[in-house]
Design a protein around this ligand. Structure first.
Ligand SMILES: NC(=O)c1ccc[n+]([C@@H]2O[C@H](COP(=O)([O-])OP(=O)(O)OC[C@H]3O[C@@H](n4cnc5c(N)ncnc54)[C@H](OP(=O)(O)O)[C@@H]3O)[C@@H](O)[C@H]2O)c1
Length: 329
């Protein structure tokens, strides 16, 4: 392994230098040069964490990093980051620490590690590791009880999109904490959305968005398989799907309007008409020996709606069938 200068920050620099030397070779200790640049720490340097740290470095932040496998810090250290000897040192080094680990139980194990708790006081943790709403709430309670501030986040982007217009990140937790850190966090994704004080809200919104996204992608593939079965090329079908996609956003807006107004009148196309068409789609899929789970789920909701005497209503009535609540009522 090549020897490289590592800018190291540690409460126990000598011991840490020896430890890191095992991973990285001979390690001269250098720290952040005194500067007025904002400081941020990043814990977890996998594909996403490395990208997050890189985005901060590119905007002139003083970045401290920590990763279980220290060698993954090399490219970031070469770009100006300081490698902390431990998660505790990383948290202590900056007012704001971003965590990006494989899952929330891993970040939990880091946050509850020995002597980490003392470093949390007066520091802000933003955990962008994927997890459940309950895990986010529990982590928030833990950090706040230790005297720190906590935001939970969900990234709707690939690592390569971080710091570009293509990235969206959802946040939840204390509004004051979000306001205080919004400018720094905007380095990662200018399209950032604050979901509310409930620390579980970003994780829930993420799950809700993924439900929409992947079920839509599944339905696209079901349609593509049917089209392909009669010789329509995949690219031709994508063009047809694009025409539907253009109509989708206005449809979602109309669905929202109807739900909020409680206006389910079937004045344009009643659900019965849709479900008749969907039975034909199902039959066509069966005839070609294809799967039909996506269309089945629509038909299942439509049948429930009909049983509730809603067959003559607008498609939007399915929101009620699903059990969705009207926020205005
Ligand atoms: N990649 C994406 O497209 C994407 C998109 C949105 C959200 N996310 C979320 O972002 C988070 C990170 O994803 P990623 O793509 O960066 O994953 P990754 O490349 O697999 O990195 C995982 C990170 O977790 C660390 N880790 C795993 N187990 C650990 C343990 N027991 N103790 C300490 N550290 C441990 C790894 O450390 P080592 O390097 O030492 O193994 C590494 O830093 C995940 O929650 C993921 O769901 C990812």
């Amino acid at each position: 392994m090549t020897t490289m200068p590592i800018r190291l920050r540690s409460v126990a620099p000598v011991a840490a230098t020896v430890l890191l030397g095992l991973f990285l070779g001979s390690v001269p200790v250098i720290s952040h040069a005194a500067s007025n640049h904002p400081r941020v720490s990043v814990i977890g340097l996998g594909r996403m964490g490395s990208s997050l740290a890189k985005a901060f470095l590119s905007k002139g932040f003083n970045v401290t990093v920590w990763n279980r496998t220290a060698s993954k810090a090399q490219p970031l250290v070469s770009a100006g980051a300081v490698l902390a000897a431990s998660p505790t040192d990383a948290i202590a080094d900056s007012p704001l620490t971003i965590i990006s680990l494989s899952a929330k139980p891993v970040s939990r194990s880091i946050l509850t590690g020995s002597d980490v708790s003392a470093a949390l006081r007066g520091h802000t943790i933003v955990d962008l590791s994927t997890g459940s709403p309950a895990e986010a709430r529990s982590a928030s309670e833990y950090v706040v009880a230790a005297g720190g501030s906590y935001l939970d986040g969900a990234i709707l982007a690939y690592p390569r999109e971080i710091g570009t217009n293509g990235a969206t990140i959802l946040y939840a937790g204390s509004a004051d904490t979000f306001r205080a850190n919004a400018k720094a966090l905007a380095v990662l994704a200018s399209d950032q959305h604050y979901m509310g004080e409930d620390p579980g809200a970003a994780a829930t919104a993420n799950l809700a968005g993924l439900d929409y996204f992947f079920v839509a992608a599944e339905a696209y593939m079901e349609g593509a398989a049917l089209a392909q079965a009669v010789g329509i090329k995949l690219d031709q079908f994508r063009a047809i799907a694009a025409a539907h996609t253009r109509k989708l956003d206005p449809l979602l807006e109309e669905i929202n309007r109807r739900i909020k107004a409680g206006d389910y009148a079937g004045d344009q196309a009643p659900l019965n008409d849709y479900s008749d068409a969907f039975k034909m789609i199902r039959q066509a899929l069966i005839e070609k020996g294809l799967g039909h789970e996506a269309v089945d789920s629509f038909l299942s909701y439509a049948e429930s709606a009909k049983k509730a005497n809603d067959g003559d209503k607008d498609l939007a009535v399915l929101y009620r069938t699903i059990g969705g609540r009207n926020e205005n009522r």
